[in-house]
Design a protein around this ligand. Structure first.
Ligand SMILES: [Zn+2]
Length: 238
């Protein structure tokens, strides 16, 4: 194989390697992992909010219950005095009856609110069970997606390493100066070496002067496209 044909093969190795590197990049930014993380954040936020709501409701119930105890205590006190028969003043009796009614209303109102709060807590707890189950499910999905990603990346990087070794071994057959030129062009262009087709550079589609084409047909010296600076390869027709 002449030097340019070897370089052509080297370019194929590099193209394969680039494709593998692209695959690694794609694997690294796995879309499903992003989605699962987003979903988990949302669930975490909802769970936290509902838990806070339960705490707030429980605190309200505790305060209401304390008030109910206080009111009951006062109620009992008034009722005892009223039924003891010691109080004979009609106005005072009326006032006490009014207070008893007032306290009973307040207690009823508080107890009603407490029941509503308890019901609210029960509903939230049902929702929390669902949310926590969802959380577990998405956690597992995320973990397995991450495992799969690591596995994919590991397989790809192993393959890259293998290909690189083959490429490096293959490269030893090619003249060092040519390799350096190839690398310099490759730093700027995807393809450093292009074929000539119908006397045109297939890199930039410009015509190649016939003098160059005929020189390329005769020997395997290195010629560059005047327009795009790529190395030209003339493939003899079969
Ligand atoms: Zn060109």
């Amino acid at each position: 194989m002449d030097q340019l044909s070897l370089l052509w093969e080297l370019q194929k190795y590099d193209e394969e390697l680039n494709q593998l590197i692209d695959k690694v990049k794609k694997a690294e930014t796995a879309k499903n992992i992003e989605e699962f993380e987003l979903k988990l954040n949302q669930l975490e936020y909802d769970i936290c909010n509902f838990k806070t709501k339960v705490d707030v409701d429980n605190e309200k119930i505790r305060r209401h219950s304390k008030k109910v105890d206080e009111f009951n205590f006062r109620l009992k006190d008034i009722e005892e005095k009223l039924y003891s028969g010691d109080i004979t003043d009609l106005n005072q009796i009326q006032h006490m009856n009014k207070e008893i009614k007032n306290l009973k209303d307040l207690i009823e109102e508080l107890e009603f609110e407490m029941l509503a709060l308890m019901e609210d807590i029960e509903n939230i707890k049902v929702k929390l069970i669902d949310l926590e189950n969802d959380y577990k499910t998405y956690r597992q999905k995320l973990d397995s997606a991450k495992d799969q990603r690591s596995k994919n990346i590991k397989e790809l990087t192993d393959l890259i390493k293998e290909k690189e070794e083959l490429r490096n071994e293959f490269m030893k057959q090619i003249d060092e100066v040519l390799i350096q030129k190839y690398k310099a062009i490759k730093a700027r262009k995807v393809k450093a070496l292009v074929k000539i087709s119908d006397d045109k550079c297939t890199g930039c589609h410009m015509n190649i002067p016939l003098t160059i084409v005929s020189k390329l047909k005769k020997n395997d010296d290195i010629y560059y496209c005047d327009n795009c600076d790529r190395i030209l390869l003339y493939v003899k027709k079969q």
